[in-house]
Design a protein around this ligand. Structure first.
Ligand code: PEP
Ligand code: MG
Length: 765
């Protein structure tokens, strides 16, 4: 047999990525493989969700009638044997083997040679891939090696398809109960009807259509062009000298294109010829872009992208006039879509939005940030979910687990309802704690501050008893703007935040973009963004942005007196030295201008391991330290928590992280530096117990979690936590650490009535 190439294999994988429906994808796989290997039969068996059986999910060569029906127990037959032993089986005469079981639906009698390999993804069995032929000799070693390679390449994709369901039990396909994993966007549980939020139409999606009212279309185009021109004008005006030169030049290029008679004349001519406005626009932009692409000059070639960009902006303007107002049904809704914007949310009465599910995005997407601010449970990045296929279905947004549950069966629905009720009652019950200190029974007091980034968070933080803001993520207002905010705009915003909390302290962190935090109007494309232009590195290289931000913060402090500055992603001593110089200079220059600002405390985030190791050398330049446990965990463990392949390895209770935290605490004590912790870890009850034992007495967390963590701290004795910490020092894994802490949490009443959402998932019924 001629050996198939690895290129062919890659093309199979690519094809899979492009196809949507699980059945079609699986059929494609077995067809392509059978052709490639030139063999009579290729079949795919997948595990059922309960992992008790294997079902024939696709075949090329056996009877198609058997698909979805042929079923084997995990140790039954040759296929079951492969699944149970997780090993390859290559036989010359399968029916002669003792383990062979004949499945009548498959009509497989004439086949003798048999080769089967297990499909394993992230250590879990997904199914078994089998090829068969009429000859009576085992398959060659090359074919065996090829099939093993194919299996390892396909296992991840097949595991996704398997988890989507829909590849068996045809009868129940429509209202099938399914769970889709995603990322935690905002905590809480929401239950409601799926309401599809469609993305705004892209230029590519515009289809041919005739105009019904040429005059109205002509006017609409003229207005849309004028509106985009105004948009650009005010965008570049706002930014003024703060824009890097190449970006402001881009605005001029856009304006020139927009004003060119060629653009409007061509569109209007097409409308006169009978096209409607969007279709006339699409064709004109397409033609112009093509002309640019044909140019020899690389500069002109690159303008094709700009003209498409302009076309999209004009289309947005055209459609914003046409977008019908949504008739929000008078019931609980779960909004689902690719990414849901502020504008989308604004179309619904807030009390009807019980949850948000996005098929894209991460924990730090705008949607997640907004949902957190508004207290709406949200799940992000639910990649395998296709909301448009389930309009109106019952849906649960489980923001605690980062999961969405479609068509929950009645028993599960009742359980979720009970959990939602309990959570509401629990939260109401905690209101009485608002003005109580977070103090252990033996008197160790922990200051609980809040993490915020939107003005909308200020009220929930204060309502839930935050003693100040430990982390103001200033990038969030930058992320929801459509251009860099000016110093004046920032001043107005920061002043409101500082005033809301005064006299409580507010640590304002300077712009922390890069990694997964992108600005829509400043593209940073890097092959490894987490190790690239992030945080202080970016702002020091764009000093004009840093200076205007520092000035706005200093000015906002006047009359409030509660500002502290915080620097993100520090990895070198000279970064913090430069930062301090910028602040000193800004103070001096504002004072010279007659503005009586004061020099605030300067704090440093410890997120990069080098900052931890250099702490004694950094100490002379800082007044306090705040540990960003999210990034510190990511960089210590080399794990991206937004990458589903490795996210299970991301745990801030990993012994390496605990060692680092103990070291930082000791060093800060020795250097007399106040230290707090502001990552997700401060919301994890198990972690909070260990941090308290280590002596951390200041935590910053989301407003939502403050009452829960306060209740926990008030129900334990720190003296009981010290031996626990001692024991965790001998643990080799985060699982061991969690097992050690679990009994104490339980004893404190945690994980039962206090936190119903922490119970194990209710399994499929
Ligand atoms: C962190 O890294 O823990 C942190 C608080 O910063 P952010 O989550 O904003 O990156
Ligand atoms: Mg961080």
């Amino acid at each position: 047999m001629q050996q198939p190439s690895l290129n062919a294999l890659t093309s199979i994988v690519e094809q899979i990525a492009r196809t949507g429906d699980p059945r079609t994808v699986m059929t494609n796989i077995v067809q392509r493989l059978r052709d490639l290997i030139r063999v009579e039969v290729c079949s795919l068996y997948l595990c059922t969700p309960d992992h008790q059986h294997l079902i024939l999910a696709a075949t090329e060569g056996l009877s198609p009638q058997a698909v979805g029906k042929a079923k084997l127990k995990l140790d039954e037959g040759l296929v079951g044997h492969i699944a149970a032993s997780l090993s390859t089986l290559n036989l010359g005469d399968a029916p002669e083997d003792d383990r062979f079981v004949f499945i009548p639906e498959t009509h497989e009698m004439p086949y003798h040679r048999f080769l089967g390999v297990p499909l394993i993804h992230l250590r879990k069995l997904v199914g078994v891939l089998v090829i068969q032929g009429r000859e009576r000799e085992p398959f060659s070693q090359e074919t065996e090696a090829f099939l093993i390679t194919v299996a390892s390449q396909l296992a991840g994709t097949l595991s996704h398809l398997q988890s989507q369901g829909g590849w068996y039990e045809k009868r129940h396909a429509r209202a099938r109960y399914r769970r889709f994993p995603g990322l935690k966007g905002a905590p809480g549980l929401g239950l409601g009807k799926l309401w599809l939020v469609r993305p705004h139409l892209s230029l590519d999606q515009v289809r041919a259509a005739c105009t019904a009212a040429p005059e109205a279309d002509r006017a609409a185009i003229r207005d849309a062009i004028a509106a985009v021109s105004e948009e650009l004008e005010s965008g570049s005006g706002h930014l003024g000298q703060h824009l890097p030169g190449d970006v402001s030049a881009l605005f001029n290029v856009y304006q020139m294109m927009l004003q060119s008679p060629e653009l409007s004349d061509q569109i209007l001519a097409r409308i006169d010829a009978g096209d409607n406005a969007p279709w006339a626009l699409k064709q004109t932009i397409g033609n112009m872009a093509e002309q640019f692409r044909q140019a020899d000059d690389p500069y002109l070639k690159a303008r094709a992208e700009d003209i498409c960009n302009i076309g999209q902006r004009i289309l947005n303007q055209l459609l914003s006039r046409e977008r019908p107002s949504v008739e929000a049904p008078d019931e609980a809704l779960i909004l689902a879509g690719e990414l849901i914007s502020i504008a989308d949310l604004a179309e619904f009465p807030l009390e009807r939005i019980h949850g948000i599910i996005c098929t894209q995005g991460s924990t730090l997407s705008h949607t997640a940030i907004l949902a957190n601010a508004l207290g709406i449970p949200a799940v992000m990045g639910v990649e395998n979910f296709q909301p448009d296929q389930h309009k109106g279905a019952a849906l649960i947004a489980d923001g605690h687990r980062g999961e969405c549950v479609l068509n929950p069966p009645p028993a599960l629905l009742a359980e979720y309802r009970r959990m939602i009720d309990e959570e509401q009652r629990f939260m109401q019950g905690l209101e009485r704690l608002r003005d109580q200190p977070a103090v252990t029974r033996d008197g160790f007091q922990v200051r609980l501050l809040t993490n915020t980034g939107l003005l909308a968070d200020a009220t929930p933080g204060l309502q839930r008893g935050a003693e100040g803001v430990g982390l103001y993520r200033s990038e969030i207002p930058f992320m929801i703007h459509d251009s860099f905010p000016t110093e004046q705009e920032q001043l107005t915003l920061y002043r409101k935040v500082l005033a809301a909390y005064a006299p409580r302290p507010v640590s304002m962190r300077t712009l922390d973009i890069g990694g997964d935090k992108q600005l829509p109007y400043f593209d940073i494309s890097e092959s490894n963004p987490y190790l690239g232009w992030r945080g202080i590195r970016f702002t020091l290289d764009n000093a004009q942005l840093l200076i205007s931000q520092i000035r706005a913060m200093l000015r906002a402090d006047i009359g409030n007196g509660n500002l502290k500055l915080l620097v993100p992603m520090v990895s070198r001593v000279d970064e913090i030295q430069s930062f301090r110089r910028y602040v000193e200079k800004a103070v001096e220059s504002l004072q010279r201008e007659g503005t009586e600002v004061r020099m605030p405390d300067i704090g440093m985030m410890i997120e990069v391991p080098s900052a931890m190791l250099l702490l004694p050398r950094l100490a002379p330049f800082i007044d306090f330290v705040s540990i960003g446990s999210n990034d510190l965990t990511q960089y210590l463990l080399a794990v991206d928590r937004n990458n589903p392949r490795v996210s299970a390895l991301f745990d801030h209770l990993n012994p390496a992280v605990l060692v680092a935290l103990e070291q930082i605490r000791q060093q800060c004590d020795a250097l007399s530096l106040p230290v707090s912790l502001c990552g997700e870890m401060a919301s994890d009850p198990a972690a909070v117990l260990l941090l308290t034992a280590m002596g951390y007495d200041c935590l910053s967390l989301s407003a939502y979690n403050i009452p829960r963590i306060k209740l926990l701290l008030r129900s334990v004795d720190r003296t009981d936590l010290l031996p626990l910490l001692e024991q965790t020092r001998r643990c080799n894994s985060e699982t061991e650490v969690r097992e050690l802490v679990a009994p104490l949490l339980k004893q404190a009443g945690w994980g039962q009535e206090k936190g119903p959402w922490m119970e194990e998932p209710v399994s499929e019924t």
